[in-house]
Design a protein around this ligand. Structure first.
Ligand SMILES: [Mg+2]
Length: 226
């Protein structure tokens, strides 16, 4: 993995922050694994199953997925496995070698630990998927807690998710930083009251970075390490 060093630094007043909430896919883990799975392997498997071209299969599966964007089901492999009638988990385990951390993830987690910040993983992914990614990337020990939307029973894209999470984790909104690669999720977290928000713009090593839409924007995580 090439270690991209950012020239830009984003000033964050770490003295005001005692809790850091971190998204998993696209933020700590390179989204390439997900991108390759949903855009390449799923259409291939769907084409084979239904005897159609891969291009046609991509059109169909992509259209279905987009209909559910931001909903509870969107992030559920179980849901899509039923919907498409394909053993998606089997394929995901077969390509687990493609699960890679973004540059600076470990450095960032070590920085947070060293500075006594509480660290929580907050993800839309199913527990099974969290297990797969954390076991493979070996970052589980850094977290004080791991929360997914299936435990919270609300989509991470909704304000109510953040209200419920706060009741469980009991962080102080005024002293909490949340980093995510999704602008819509950051908007929901902001509506839920979280004060410090950063967009992890380079979510996928093979894709262009995301636009910030008004949020602080870090290409890579080293930009927020002082
Ligand atoms: Mg994400």
């Amino acid at each position: 993995m090439s270690k991209k060093i950012s020239k830009k630094q984003i000033k964050i007043n770490w003295n005001e922050i005692d809790t850091v909430l971190l998204d998993m896919d696209g933020t700590l883990v390179d989204h390439h694994y997900e991108g390759y799975f949903w855009s390449t392997l799923l259409p291939r498997a769907y084409a084979k199953k239904n005897g159609i071209s891969v291009n046609k299969a991509f059109e169909i599966t992509n259209e279905e997925i987009m209909k559910h964007e931001g909903t509870f089901n969107w992030s559920s492999v179980d849901f899509w496995e039923k919907k498409f009638g394909i053993q998606l988990w089997d394929i995901r385990y077969q390509i687990k070698h493609l699960i890679k951390l973004h540059p600076h993830t470990i450095r960032f987690l070590k920085f947070l630990r060293k500075n006594n910040k509480k660290i929580y993983l907050v993800t839309a992914s199913e527990p099974r998927d969290v297990d797969l990614k954390l076991s493979h990337s070996k970052i589980r020990p850094y977290f004080d807690g791991i929360y997914n939307q299936f435990d919270i029973k609300k989509a991470k894209h909704e304000k109510l998710f953040w209200k419920r999470l706060k009741k469980i984790v009991r962080y102080d909104n005024e002293k909490t930083l949340f980093v995510d690669d999704g602008v819509d999720v950051l908007k929901a977290a902001k509506a839920g009251g979280i004060k410090f928000l950063v967009l992890k713009a380079k979510y996928n090593s093979k894709r262009p970075a995301r636009k910030s839409n008004g949020f602080l924007r870090a290409h890579h995580l080293d930009e927020i390490i002082p």
